[in-house]
Ligand binder design. Structure first.
Ligand code: GLU
Length: 421
């Protein structure tokens, strides 16, 4: 049975396990169980019909030990403070594993953005930006897209923030459109990173990608791009995909270019059809006959029941926090390899870092340069995690946390935060 799900507790419990595995004293990392700053704001929006709605928004800065806080802004009806705290802590660890000079942060608004018009979405974004503007900034805290937010929302954010501050503060957010200082390669970056580490893990296991069947939960920006790149560049067979409307399965492989074109127009899979496919539900997707499962949707998807019944031998966590702590223990006991979120989906924030560097130096790179640098960063992070897993005989999740913990704690010791006056 899974405990009542609290993602921040989930984070703390993994942290304790990783610290114990490398004999790290509790005092060294206690600070990482306490976000540095939590801001809750009211976001008043005049709706198109003239009425007023007030939404709840959050920005949590988990840690600035390794640099400015960094992490996305999520618009979703289930956003709450425990989720934002967990997401911000995962960002701290993700940036540390990827070895980019950031801490972790995250924000969100409790809203289903599908119920808003474009104008309402814009007004809400501008109000939220103003409400958190006193704590974000290019050297303080740098937001980015997350679930249900995109380049357009980042463009409104940067415009509002720059107006308030009185200068072109384009480095205050990443994931912008090219017109406002975004980076080539950023829209594909998370999916491309997932593809890089999936291929690397198949290589470690001596598995031929061409003989590998993959199922992907979620056809948002991350899942759809990962599917496209794994299909076209890695050559594995994608046998199942899903979105909020349900899933589709074909043991002989799905037509990914056609599915990518369909979902890119913001159409749902329930309106997609191809020869030889069958329709499946979310549970059937997670437990379908495949070799690699890629959850690319939301948290808390792989629970104990799913973990006991899924057939994949490898899980690559493209979503943040898709596996519960209890399910993780089941997967480990079953010998299923899990490439954790803080490594597997780091490609997005790595190219966010490249975007920020380009903004600060006012000098821009080609898409080939961005992809090449992403490849170098992801491959290095993957290698560090695999080496640590071997050294301490740990799961990849605990190994990734151990890598991050060592990097974070060495900074806090050097700065004297814990033992200083
Ligand atoms: N929202 C993405 C994540 O969870 C990207 C964050 C960023 O680029 O700052 O990693």
């Amino acid at each position: 049975m899974d405990k009542a799900y609290n993602p921040f507790d989930n984070f703390c419990s993994v942290l304790d396990k990783a610290a114990a595995a490398i004999d790290m004293p509790a005092n060294d990392y206690e600070i990482l169980k306490h976000p540095e700053k939590e801001l809750k704001v009211a976001v008043p929006v005049v709706m198109d019909d003239g009425s007023l709605k007030v939404f709840e928004g959050f920005r949590v800065q988990h840690s600035s030990l390794r640099g400015p806080c960094k992490g996305g802004i999520r618009y979703h009806q289930n956003v709450n403070i425990d989720e934002v705290k967990a997401l911000s802590a995962w960002m701290t660890f993700k940036c540390a594993v990827a070895d980019i000079p950031y801490g972790g942060g995250k924000g969100g608004i409790t809203v289903d953005p599908r119920t808003l018009s474009t104008k309402e979405l814009e007004r809400m974004t501008r109000k939220f930006t103003a409400a958190i503007s006193s704590i974000v900034g290019p050297y303080q805290d740098v937001p980015a897209p997350d679930v249900n937010t995109n380049a357009q929302i980042m463009d409104w954010f940067v415009d509002t923030y720059s107006t308030i501050k009185g200068y072109d503060a384009r480095a205050v957010v990443t994931g912008k459109s090219l017109a406002t200082g975004g980076s080539l390669g950023r829209p594909d970056a998370t999916g491309r990173g997932v593809s890089i580490v999936t291929k690397a893990l198949l290589d470690v296991n001596g598995i031929d990608p061409k003989a590998t069947r993959i199922a992907i939960q979620g056809m948002g920006n991350v899942g759809s791009v990962a599917a496209r790149i794994i299909d076209s560049e890695v050559g594995a067979k994608i046998v199942a995909v899903s979105d909020v409307s349900g899933g589709i399965y074909n043991p002989n492989g799905l037509n990914i270019p056609a599915i990518y074109a369909h979902v890119s127009q913001r159409k749902l899979l329930k309106d997609y059809e191809e020869a030889g496919m069958t329709r499946i539900n979310n549970y059937e997707l997670l437990t379908c006959d495949c070799d690699v499962l890629i959850p690319a949707a939301l948290e808390n998807q792989i629970n104990v029941e799913v973990a006991e019944n899924l057939k994949a031998k490898i899980i690559v966590e493209a979503a943040n926090g898709p596996t519960t702590v209890e399910a993780d223990a089941v997967l480990e006991a079953r010998g299923i390899q899990v490439l954790p979120d803080i490594l597997a989906n780091a490609g997005g924030v790595v190219v966010s870092y490249f975007e920020w560097c380009q903004n600060l130096q006012c000098y821009y790179w080609s898409e080939e340069e961005v992809n090449e640098k992403l490849n170098v960063k992801m491959t290095k992070a993957f290698g560090d995690v695999i080496a640590t897993a071997k050294k301490y005989n740990l799961s990849y999740r605990l190994a990734a946390y151990a890598v991050a913990l060592n990097r974070l704690v060495s900074v806090s010791k050097a700065k004297g935060i814990i033992f200083g006056a």
